[in-house]
Write a protein that binds this ligand. Structure first.
Ligand code: TXA
Ligand code: MG
Length: 338
């Protein structure tokens, strides 16, 4: 039996399977089977008030989950599916309450990954799937990450290699117009507006936006966090912060933004990197485009979290719309609930 056949038999029998998508690995179960979906919550240790995204093979399967497949949904799905855009719409009776945390809306997306699409087609039913990590830990972008988090708790991981987008999909509510971005991601507001979809100003992170947080129940402030403290700094302030940490004997992992340097400057930077290593700092240079940065973000956090360091210092990327999803994930990873 092929791995894909084994995965679809497990899912048809009401079990869970981890599978790759273009964003992060998902932990899937038959979205129309309440008992199967409850196994996702159990395996992840996920609170029941956090609703799941339903993955579909195509637009027809999405339409069959909603009472009102709106013209905006049709337009965006035609342009951007398969892809990292999740649409929130009014649900119909086919979707069990466990998927939507009892709410009357459902989040739907069609993943742009050949393994995910082949699996969905083989199953014939939609798959509810959150990221395949234990609740509150970093989302997995490789099969190895899933194993680290859920080993022994799930029967199968389909390995589709590293995820190309690297951060979770943009979640867009179309329940009311203008549309609202509930979670920024690889597809940002300017890209949506290009298709004539009015998008309300996004904002759901600050305390002032608590109401918005409640409209997307799973969007708790602390999420995706590594075990080590993550400290976000403006690039200019990194040296001072690191010096402070080193003064108290702490070992530091630094996620550095790529600097555009002249040849002489970069030679100097290289020298300082070598001496920094000797001084108890592990430096990772992050890519300077949002696409590549996103692809490496979680793998870098997994890697640094596993090292013998006491804190991760991360230089903030630029304040530009294309970086909004990445900055959102960094802020969540850096937030502490206690
Ligand atoms: O890229 C992704 O979206 C990945 C892959 C596996 O597809 N999935 C993912 O799932 O990130 P999860 O469970 O980690 O995040 C789902 C997000 C949560 O923030 C949740 O609050 C929101 O989607 N969500 C789900 N259903 C919703 C609904 N009915 N209304 C508003 N937000 C919803
Ligand atoms: Mg998640």
């Amino acid at each position: 039996m092929s791995a894909l056949e084994e995965a679809s038999s497990l899912l048809k029998a009401g079990d869970v399977v981890a599978f790759p998508t273009e964003t992060v690995y998902g932990l899937g179960a038959n979205a129309l089977d309440e008992a199967a979906v409850s196994k996702i919550f159990f395996a992840k240790g996920r609170p029941a008030h956090n609703p799941l995204i339903v993955h579909v093979a195509d637009i027809a399967q999405a339409r069959a989950l909603t009472t009102d497949w709106t013209p905006e949904a049709e337009a965006l799905a035609r342009e951007l599916w398969p892809g990292p855009l999740t649409l929130v719409l009014k649900k119909n009776g086919a979707v069990p309450g466990i998927v939507t945390a009892g709410g009357d809306t459902v989040a739907i997306r069609c993943p742009d990954h050949p393994v995910a699409l082949a699996l969905l087609r083989k199953c014939g039913f939609p798959l509810a799937a959150p990221s395949a990590n234990r609740s509150n830990y970093i989302s997995p972008t490789s099969a190895g990450h899933v194993l680290r988090s859920l080993n022994g708790r799930i029967p199968l991981i389909l390995d589709g290699g590293p995820c190309m987008a690297g951060i979770e999909s943009t979640v867009l509510s179309l329940v009311e117009m203008p549309a609202t971005i509930l979670r920024p991601g690889p597809i940002h507001a300017a890209m949506l507006q290009k298709y004539g979809i009015p998008v309300a100003a996004q904002g759901m992170r600050s305390a002032a936006n608590n109401e918005k947080i409640l409209t997307s129940p799973g969007q708790m402030l602390s999420h995706y966090a590594p075990d080590k403290p993550l400290i976000l700094v403006q690039p200019e302030a990194a040296a001072t912060i690191i010096a402070g940490l080193r003064a108290t004997g702490k070992h530091v992992g630094l996620m550095q933004m790529t600097l555009e340097l002249s040849i002489e400057e970069s030679a100097e930077a290289k020298l300082s990197t070598q001496s920094d290593m000797a001084r108890g700092i592990t430096i990772t240079t992050m890519p300077d485009t949002p696409e590549l940065y996103a692809r490496l973000l979680y793998a870098t956090l997994y890697m640094l979290d596993a090292k013998k360091i006491d804190a991760i210092v991360c230089e903030l990327p630029p304040d530009e719309p294309a970086w909004s999803g990445i900055k959102d994930r960094l802020r969540r990873a850096a937030t502490r609930t206690e």
